[in-house]
Design a protein around this ligand. Structure first.
Ligand SMILES: Nc1ncnc2c1ncn2[C@@H]1O[C@H](COP(=O)(O)OP(=O)(O)O)[C@@H](O)[C@H]1O
Ligand SMILES: [Mg+2]
Length: 327
């Protein structure tokens, strides 16, 4: 993968070799995805403004492997998850499931059975007026996994046990307000497992949880990935957890993917300056510089550039206009 103008030309997950090598095809693939959001009501005259949330991003997910999508807040990570979950239509580019392009609302129900999204905020993703049983019975019913009510109860208890909520018999009747953040996120994960998916898109699944329980929830996801051969997209702003958690890492900056590859390689030999900045921002007491001495911190980060472009304007035009304005 070559990197030009600070941007990788096709930053998908490159091939790996050795025992860890993939032999199978990607289950979910994004090719040159773009998502622009028009901004309404900002200007009365002149061209309309557009937010370039995602610019030309490609990635691939494989069964039994995790891909970490790393970047600061506002870099386009959630938009990618929503595009892959087909909650948004891409402005351009394509999504392939089992090597077949997915389009419009065709086969959406079936697609959602296979590709599930775990939201960042377990406090708003569960409905406060319904108990755990309701949250877990809905996907089981919608996707036709249960015929009789005793089967349903057994399946819900099994789901709760799979996410280590025990005794499951007690959790089944609880309401969201009776659960801690970690327990809510486990219920949300159980809900996404109810459809028996092949792909789990986890959007910063632990960032809103108490630090002390983050590792438990991450380990649960790791366990599910390994045991059930799930393809996992793990979204995080913390590059250190990407190394622990995911075989492959893709770094996002201002809506663009700037670097991707096996996590160990990306973190040990980062090629893009932004990746280096992310690594320097992650706390690591053992990090040493090239001379074996403790590495000096990199200088403070600048602001993420504006994503607001005039209609029809490209990233290069916008950068030119900004530098002219400054001079
Ligand atoms: N529905 C939307 N309408 C307009 N702009 C949006 C919308 N969703 C996201 N954006 C913008 O797109 C950019 C990327 O957002 P997001 O994907 O949420 O980033 P991240 O998850 O990395 O924090 C941000 O500038 C955000 O304000
Ligand atoms: Mg986000």
């Amino acid at each position: 993968m070559s990197i030009e103008n600070g941007k990788a030309d096709f930053p998908t997950v490159p091939d790996t070799t050795g025992s860890d090598a993939r032999t199978d095809a990607p289950i979910l693939e994004a090719r040159h995805l773009r998502k622009y959001f028009p901004i309404r009501g900002v200007k009365l005259f002149g061209p309309k403004s557009v937010v370039h949330a995602v610019e030309d991003t490609s990635l691939a997910l494989y069964p039994g492997r995790a891909l970490a999508l790393v970047g600061e807040s506002g870099s386009g990570k959630t938009t990618i998850a929503r595009l892959l979950a087909r909650l948004y239509e891409p402005t351009s580019g394509s999504i392939l499931f089992r090597e077949k392009p997915v389009q419009g609302s065709l086969g959406l129900k079936e697609y959602r059975r296979h590709v599930q999204l775990v939201f960042q905020d377990p406090f708003s993703s569960l409905n406060p007026v319904h108990d755990v049983r309701y949250h877990l019975s809905r996907p089981l019913r919608i996707h036709g996994h249960v015929r009789k009510s005793f089967q349903e109860r057994e399946q819900i208890l099994t789901l709760l046990r799979r996410v280590s909520l025990s005794p499951a018999e007690q959790f089944i009747t609880k309401f969201p307000h009776q659960l801690s953040g970690g327990q809510r996120q486990r219920v949300a994960i159980a809900r996404s497992l109810a459809t028996r998916p092949n792909v789990l898109l986890a959007d910063e699944p632990v960032s809103m949880l108490d630090v002390s329980i983050r590792l438990d929830v991450l380990n649960l996801l790791l366990h599910l990935k390994d045991e059930e051969h799930l393809a996992l997209l793990f979204i995080t702003h913390d590059i250190a957890s990407a190394r622990y958690f995911a075989e492959d890492t893709l770094v996002m900056y201002a809506g663009q993917s700037v670097e991707g590859g096996p996590s160990e390689e990306v973190i040990q030999q980062p090629r893009h300056p932004y990746t280096r900045l992310l690594i320097s921002a992650a706390p690591d007491p053992d990090r040493l510089g090239p001379d074996g001495q403790k590495a000096a911190p990199l200088p403070a980060r600048g602001e993420i550039p504006s994503f607001l472009y005039g209609e029809g304007e490209t990233a290069t035009d916008a950068v030119k206009a900004e530098s002219v304005g400054k001079s």
